[in-house]
Write a protein that binds this ligand. Sequence first.
Ligand code: SAH
Length: 367
Amino acid sequence: MENNINRPDIMSMTKDELRQYLTQKLDLPKFRADQIYEWLNKGVGFEGMTNLPKALREKLANELFCSLPEIEEKFVSKIDGTVKYLFKLYDGNIIESVVMHYSHGNSICISSEVGCNMGCRFCASTIDGMKRKLLPGEMLGQIARANADGADISNIVMMGIGEPLDNFDNVIKFLHLVTSENGLNIGARHISLSTCGLADKIYELARESFGITLSISLHACDDATRSEIMPVNKKYNIEKLLTACKDYFITTGRRISFEYTLIAGKNDSPDQAHKLADLFYKYFTADSKLLPIHVNLIPVNEVKERDFKTSSRDAVNKFAEILNKRKINATVRRKLGPDINASCGQLRRSYEQKKTDTLLDTKGSRV
Ligand code: SAH
């Protein structure tokens, strides 16, 4: 049976919605919803629901759509065990997820869109723009499939391909699904969402009252530099962004995390470290010993289509030292999965490229 997107997506339903659909539309008893919901959250599609009669599995496949992605390829780092999945979506589009192992548990970095429209100059995910937004079930499905593959996920970071706040309604539905005690039941404190800075959506997110950790891709301490590397800054400048962050902190009580990608000669000087510290003091007053923020310093991953160079070890350490001396909690991010191209968007691109090259070889023209 063809998986038809025009039907309701079972993977994007809450358990109550599923129960209602099954009892009212398909005239099924309630316990079927329990069985089916459990399968979906274990990353199993209709065909694998072995405690359902075959006729019922076929009926479900005829009436509903299932957005659960398929594992297309899997890469395991020999260095640190980091796993990268290329998932194939129902329409053939490819996205990436990365599973990382920490002492506090396993964490998955999931994608929220196919490609991205934000245009950050250093990022591989945005090079061909955004093809489409992911459904809530496609975000949940990345975790469910990874778990089915043995990942045992306890933490989620929405920091893969796409801008989650550009896909706001589906992300909110996903957060309801994944935090639900009927579902994977992952606590909001174990979830973080990274944004390039869509300030108006940050206010809305605060009012959804999940209390997830907000990560801001800041990457610069002044508007001129930020606008040059992140076009979104022309719409929401640093002042608008940090005012929204302050509101998020006041409304949710959650410490904000800032990402700062260090690019040689662009944003990595000691002077810029001091300006960054000044900025944080301006918005997050230091009445306690430490500001309610954390800064992740990330030496930029060189992307072959972009000409940014990564900062030297010295520049990175100096930058961290200045922030720490000014009582700003800053750490340099450990690079995981260096042998499997684990950073954002690069693998999807090389996969798409390979596909195109193969097609060019056999057919002689681009399709
Ligand atoms: N759109 C969201 C989430 C996806 S990007 C956001 O902007 O936050 C996830 C993180 O990876 C962001 O902090 C982004 O700025 C960073 N990133 C993208 N390309 C990178 C690169 N080449 N090197 C280092 N970090 C990069």
